[in-house]
Structures are given as structure tokens and as C-alpha cells.
Design a protein around this ligand. Structure first.
Ligand SMILES: [Zn+2]
Ligand SMILES: [Zn+2]
Length: 376
């Protein structure tokens, strides 16, 4: 993979505070500048170089040599940044002492840094940007709190409306009951189908189409193209950027193969051809006895004198389902918005109750009684 590089001029932002009260200088300077173009102060310590979008590519030999010469160094006597090409501080004339520099600058000084594609900083990022984040976090918590509160209110409303009950002292004021018997008659009916159910008596049958099936008929051979990815060339893509530590950035370009899907041949492919054929089956007509509901006598009353309805069965009739229901009518004996309530219950419980018996009823807002208990 061939590598090609290009040098670009980065930028740095001046963070010196102007004591006259104007705030930070904030001037954006060309990367290689050692002094701020606006306030003339030294490049700040631990400066972060960045590469703005559309940064200019340097072409002149002097700048390229400057870019390649290495990271700037900081004079430990006067704090002035110097080019790597000189060992004597241009500000105070003292000689560079690399051993001592290593000892006092345990990291943090200007040096080269490698950035992966797309990771290069493109602007100045101040380190204290948390108050806004904190504010938006508080807003988020308030929003979540509001949603939780709304959900609690909705649940409480549904509970109060449909599930909450109040206790009410009531007395038994009346009884009603209903009983019903379903009478079924055996009837002979004629039905049709692909099968005769048990008990059915066949009357006739005919052959009829029941469905279709797919049957293999023949094969056809077809030519199908074969495609493969073929390298047709190379392209140069950006594969990383190095901050040279002196205001310049080195962008590396790598060769990447370009592939294209191309037809490289053909092959014979079998395609099976099927035909659709009908499937025949017997369609039966048969007679069968079915029990059908013909009537349902009922009885009811308003006393505890219960009885089943009277009926007579013919020779071809039988008793089907039986059903019964028992209701006690209740009158509140304390102040209430309900004048009359009812409650359905099983026969043995219902039958044990007497007019005037006192109970505690649990009643929903709608007037539905959900339970009935003897008072303690
Ligand atoms: Zn400045
Ligand atoms: Zn110096």
C-alpha cells in the first residue's frame, strides 16, 4: 500500500486573559505562530492545535521543512515556544537542555499526536463546558418526573372510578330467582362432506375435484451469468492525520483497491417445470341425527319458594342445559345515594338469608356490589 502525505497549516486559539477586563483574547492564530498576532503574548502552555475544515495545504519548501523538523520545544527559563530547528531560545538566548526538559515536562508538552480518520480536532474546545450539560440534565429529570406524576394520576383516577369500593350497611329487602331448562329434539338432517362423521348414513356419493397438485413435467436448461468482484484500479483515501506539535498537520493518504462486479463466465442451470393436475375425491351426501334446541321453559319468582319449570318430553326429546340464578335485593340502612342494590349469589347462600338480615356490602361507584359480609 503506497503512502502519500500532504502538510496543512493548523490553528491555535489565544486564551490569555486581558487584565483590562476585556476577557480572553480568543484570537485564532496560524499554527506555526509563536506569538499571538493580536495581543503579542506567548503561545499558551499545553496549546491544542486543530485543523479547521478547508485548512490550506503548504507547498513552499521552507514551510514543508518547518513542518518536518519536529515538535516545538518550550524554553524552561522564559516559557517561550521555539522551533525544533534551533537549540537556542530566540527570546532569552539560553541553550536548550533536553535532559532537564524531559525531567520537568512529565507529559503535557508539545509533541506529535496521531489521529485516526475523522478524529482530528477541527476547532478549539474549551475545557469548562459542563454548566450547560448540567442544566439540560436537570431539565431531563423534570420531564421524567412529570411523566411519572401523570401516570400515577391516571392510575389513581381509573382505580377510583372502577375499582374502589365503599362499605355500606344494608338489609335484605327481597328475593328473586330464575330457572331455565333447554329441551332438545332429535332431528334427522341431510348433510354433505368429504367424510361421513360417525353415526352418519350414506345416501349417495359423487366424484368431485377436491383440489390440485403440482406434478413434475420436464426440465429446461438456462444459461446464467457468473459475476465476481474484480479489482479495476486503486483510489487514494485519507487514512490518518498527525499533529506535528509545531502548528502543522500531516495528512496521510493510502491506496485502496477499487472493486467492480464483472461477468466472468456463464453456467448451465436446471429449471424444473411443473404442471397442475386436479385431485378427485368422493363427495358424500348422508343423513345424521342431531340434537337441536326446540324450546326452553322458564320459571321465576319473588319468594324463596323455588321450583323447576314444568314440561313434558316427547319420545324424541331430551333435557339439555339447565341454568339458574338467585338475586338478593338490598336496601341501605344508612344515608346513601343508592336506594336499592342487588347481588347475585349461589343457591345455598341465598337460601340461608332472611328478610331484614343486616349485612355490610362493598359497593363500587357504579352501584355494583362486589361482596356481602355479616357485620362483626
Ligand atoms: Zn492573544
Ligand atoms: Zn527562553
Amino acid at each position: 500500500m503506497a503512502k502519500k502525505t500532504v502538510f496543512k497549516e493548523g490553528k491555535w486559539r489565544c486564551t490569555h486573559i486581558d487584565l483590562s477586563g476585556e476577557g480572553a483574547c480568543n484570537h485564532e492564530n496560524p499554527g506555526p505562530a509563536l506569538l499571538c498576532e493580536k495581543c503579542n503574548k506567548h503561545r499558551p502552555k499545553n496549546v491544542q492545535f486543530y485543523l479547521p475544515k478547508g485548512a490550506k495545504v503548504v507547498h513552499d519548501q521552507a514551510s514543508i521543512l518547518d513542518a518536518k523538523s519536529g515538535a516545538n520545544w518550550r524554553c524552561m527559563h522564559c516559557n517561550y515556544d521555539n522551533k525544533a530547528s534551533s537549540d537556542i531560545c530566540v527570546h532569552c538566548d539560553k541553550v536548550r537542555d533536553t535532559e532537564y526538559e524531559k525531567w520537568i515536562n512529565l507529559g503535557g508538552e508539545l509533541s506529535t499526536k496521531k489521529y485516526a480518520k475523522g478524529q482530528t480536532p477541527t476547532g478549539y474546545q474549551p475545557k469548562t463546558a459542563t454548566s450547560f450539560q448540567q442544566k439540560s440534565k436537570i431539565g431531563k429529570y423534570l420531564k421524567i418526573g412529570g411523566i411519572v406524576l401523570a401516570a400515577v394520576l391516571i392510575i389513581w383516577f381509573i382505580y377510583a372510578q372502577f375499582f374502589k369500593t365503599e362499605a355500606l350497611k344494608v338489609e335484605v329487602a327481597g328475593f328473586t330467582w330464575e330457572r331455565e331448562v333447554v329441551i332438545e329434539e332429535k332431528q334427522t338432517v341431510t348433510e354433505q362432506g368429504w367424510d361421513i362423521p360417525s353415526g352418519g348414513r350414506q345416501k349417495s356419493r359423487v366424484k368431485k375435484q377436491h383440489g390440485t397438485k403440482e406434478v413434475y413435467d420436464h426440465s429446461e436448461w438456462e444459461e446464467e451469468p457468473i459475476y465476481e468482484d474484480v479489482q479495476v484500479g486503486t483510489q487514494q483515501v485519507e487514512c490518518g492525520t498527525i499533529d506535528k506539535g509545531n502548528g502543522y498537520f500531516e495528512t496521510q493518504y493510502c491506496d485502496e483497491p477499487i472493486y467492480e462486479s464483472q461477468q466472468t463466465g456463464t453456467r448451465e442451470v436446471e429449471r424444473k417445470v411443473y404442471r397442475t393436475e386436479p385431485v378427485y375425491d368422493y363427495w358424500y351426501t348422508y343423513e345424521i341425527d342431531r340434537w337441536n334446541e326446540v324450546r326452553s321453559p322458564e320459571s321465576s319468582g319473588t319468594t324463596k319458594n323455588v321450583s323447576w319449570p314444568e314440561y313434558n318430553l316427547s319420545y324424541n326429546e331430551r333435557v339439555g342445559d339447565e341454568s339458574e340464578s338467585y338475586t338478593v335485593h338490598l336496601k341501605p340502612i344508612v344515608e346513601s345515594k343508592f336506594s336499592q342494590l342487588e347481588y347475585d349469589l349461589g343457591f345455598s347462600e341465598w337460601n340461608k338469608m332472611n328478610l331484614g338480615d343486616v349485612y355490610i356490602a362493598r359497593v363500587r361507584k357504579s352501584g355494583t356490589v362486589v361482596s356481602l359480609n355479616k357485620p362483626d
